[in-house]
Structures are given as C-alpha cells and as structure tokens.
Write a protein that binds this ligand. Structure first.
Ligand SMILES: Cc1ncc(COP(=O)(O)O)c(C=O)c1O
Length: 404
C-alpha cells in the first residue's frame, strides 16, 4: 500500500472525493442553488469561431504554443483591463487554465509550508483546499456589507507582530460581488487595504471572476487599477462571463513576476485552440451583446431570489448583491446552516451551508465576526426563475428545525 508514502500535503486528503452535483448528474426534480454553473442558455454558440480556429489557425491551434499564452489574447486582455483603469501590456498577462489555476501558481510562487495567508471569513470555498495543500496557517478577517474589514486586518497584523510571528505571505480577496458574501468593497476601503499591504509588504491576490457581471451601482476601480507599486496579483477568468468549460483565465502582475510564474507553470501552456476561439469571440461584435445578455439574465434571477427569500424565509436577512452569482443569507439564531442544508437536500433543493466557506469553522469566533453557523449561500446563476420560486418555497417548508 502506498498510503504511508504520501507527501505531507496529501496526508489529510479523503480517499473519497465528495459527490458533487454536476447538471447532468442531478436527480430528476432537484433544484440546484448550490453551484456557480453558468445558465445553459447563456453558453455562447462558438461553433463558427471553433471551425475557424481549426482551419484558418490550424498550425497555431494544434501546435505547442508560447507558455505565457497567445500574444493577441494577452494584448486583448491588457486592453480590457486598461479600459478598466489599469496600465498593463501583454507582458503583464499570463494565460492560465482558470482563476483557480492562477491562484495555485501564485501560491507556488509565494508560499512555503507553515506560511500564513489572510483570507476573509467567509471566503471562496475552493480557495481553502488550494491554500491548505500548501500547508498554510489561515488568518481569517471578517467582513461587513462593504467587504473585508481593513481595521481588523490592521489589528491582526499588529498582534502577529507583537507575538513575534512573521507577516502573512499574501492577502486573498474577492473585492467584487464576493463569493459567498456578495459584498463589493468601496474604493476607500480598497485604498486602505492597499495602503496596509504596501506598508507591511504583503502581496494582495485579487480574484475577480464576477467583476464584469455587474447589474447596477457605481463602477469601483479594481485593486489592480489602484495598485501603484506592483503589489497586486490580479486573477481573471472567462468562466463566469463566457463559459466555465473553456478553462481559460489569466494572471495580471508585474512582468518579472509573470516571468517567474511562467517557469512554475508546468502544463506545457494552456490550450492554444481554446485561446484562439476565445480571442476571436472576444474581439467580435458578438461579445458585447453576450455580456449584456449575461447581466440581464442574472439580474432577473437575482431579483427573483431576493424577493423569494424575503417573502418565504421570515427572519432571514441578506444584503442585495449588485452583481455576481450568489445571495448570502443570514439565518435567525435558531436555524443552523448545516442542519438547514441537510433538510433542504432531503426536500430536493441543493444549497450550501455557510460553514463550508470558513477556513477554520470549528474555532471560537469573536463576537464581531460572522459565525459559520447561521448562514447559507444560495446561487441563482443556474436555476430558472420558476425553479427559484419553487425552490425557495421548498426551503420555507424545512426552514425551522423539526421539533424533537
Ligand atoms: C471567487 C472565485 N474564484 C474563482 C472561481 C473559478 O474560477 P475558474 O473557473 O476560472 O477557475 C470562482 C467560481 O466559482 C469563484 O467564485
């Protein structure tokens, strides 16, 4: 048996990969509020671009390609980010296989076993095992409706210093339509976060999958756009705006950092075929129209979800997200999120308990921090409006714990 040969990072892994709920695997009638899948009707028709990529561009798309990614796509991405306030060129962009891959590469660049990383509480749950596989210590900082509490971050860093502990190696944050909290950081708080990061010399990893899925509200500059010192690694992806199955994202950072990340990217380069398809789609007239459709449909579903929760779940509270895919619901104190999620599953609605979004859910939580217990995340990206109405009704029926 090879179990005793595992690397330390693998020792705690379960021999069973948890069952997940991919669309094709859902039982008949089950309503999926648990996933960040794209609405099927928003998956664009890319056949023309794919055909072109395989004929006109065959020698490029079926050949090994530059490990940094196709120059034209990198240039297009730099242009898109510059239109959003950045000052980048193709040299600042590395194409990766989705934002999660970008996060893993940044960890490979910055993290040694035992290093600390700052995450929000709650945070994006897939980031947790990525960090954990690097053997990190988590420093969890609470959030309010405006995102990461920068004063708490400052205090936590000062406390670590006073205790003689080294500064964290990075601060991971989703500043736009946070997953799961839905919060968007206002500009002044972003500036404060960067001020702290620069003063303490801690790189910021800005994960932006939902940035362009804004329904309303004022534009807020990205952390990268406010970054004057090169301390921000910006993670982008086509998953939430175009199609998650394409598996293409990007890292934007200072050119010498990108050069090092390329050396850590051992996959032989992200698929040149998919990059060409995306590039041709992105620069076509179909792209802006697609983005508008994405915003309109998810906005309609967000509205339906918010209205249904307010109508059907008395005592539950939420901040209406101005974009993104999720509503973070705070439950009354007598409703435990884990129990509620289990009852919901039995009633044919998949939801995710809040505790799944905390790096260390079992610990004592300070009174000023949102506790893992009384929350659930409801995703409105994949379910139709009719499913949202029906699903929240089913949730209402199992909302309160059953009396023993
Ligand atoms: C915060 C966050 N980062 C990254 C991703 C996924 O990105 P990708 O599909 O590009 O790996 C998601 C998707 O749910 C997300 O919510």
């Amino acid at each position: 048996m090879i179990e005793n040969r595992f690397a330390r990072r693998a020792a705690a892994l379960s021999p069973n990969f948890p069952a997940s709920h991919f669309p094709g695997e859902l039982d008949e009638g089950v309503i999926p509020f648990d996933s960040g899948f794209a609405a099927p009707q928003l998956l664009p028709d890319l056949t023309g671009f794919a055909d072109d990529a395989l004929t006109t561009w065959r020698e490029e798309t079926l050949q090994y390609s530059p490990p940094q990614g196709q120059p034209e796509l990198r240039g297009w991405l730099a242009g898109m980010m510059n239109a959003d306030g950045c000052a980048l060129s193709a040299e600042n962009i590395l194409i990766v296989n989705g934002a999660k891959h970008g996060l893993e590469l940044v960890c490979r660049l910055l993290i040694d076993e035992g290093d600390a990383v700052v995450v929000t509480a709650p945070t994006y749950f897939t980031a947790i095992p990525i960090f954990r596989s690097f053997g990190v210590e988590f420093v969890e900082i609470g959030q309010d409706a405006d995102g990461l509490l920068v004063d708490d971050l400052e205090r936590a860093l000062a406390e670590r210093r006073a205790e003689g502990k080294p500064a964290p190696k990075l601060i991971y944050n989703v500043a736009d339509f946070h997953n799961p909290s839905g919060a968007t950081m206002p500009e002044d708080r972003r500036r404060k976060l960067l001020e702290i990061a620069v003063r303490e010399g801690i790189p910021v990893v800005e994960d932006t999958p939902y940035r362009r899925v804004r329904f309303e509200g004022d534009h807020v500059p990205s952390l990268k756009a406010l970054d004057t010192t090169g301390i921000v690694f910006h993670l982008g992806t086509f998953s939430k705006l175009v199609a998650p199955g394409l598996r293409i994202g990007w890292v934007a950072a200072e050119a010498p950092l990108i050069a090092r990340l390329i050396q850590l990217k051992s996959d032989g380069g992200s698929s040149p075929l998919v990059q060409r398809i995306i590039y041709e789609f992105a620069r076509s007239g179909a792209f802006p129209a697609h983005v508008e459709r994405v915003r309109a449909l998810y906005r309609e579903r967000r509205d339906a979800m918010v209205a249904a929760v307010r109508r059907e779940l008395p005592g539950a509270t939420l901040h209406v997200p101005e974009g993104g895919y999720y509503v973070w619901v705070t439950l009354p104190s007598h409703v435990d999120g884990d129990g509620f999620a289990a009852r919901a599953a039995a009633a044919g609605v998949n939801i995710i308990a809040g505790s799944k979004f905390f790096a260390t859910p079992g610990r004592e939580w300070p009174a000023n921090m949102s506790s893992p217990r009384n929350h659930v995340r409801l995703s409105y990206s994949y379910a139709t409006v009719a499913q949202i109405e029906e699903g929240v009704k089913r949730l209402a029926a199992v909302y309160a714990p059953v009396e023993a």
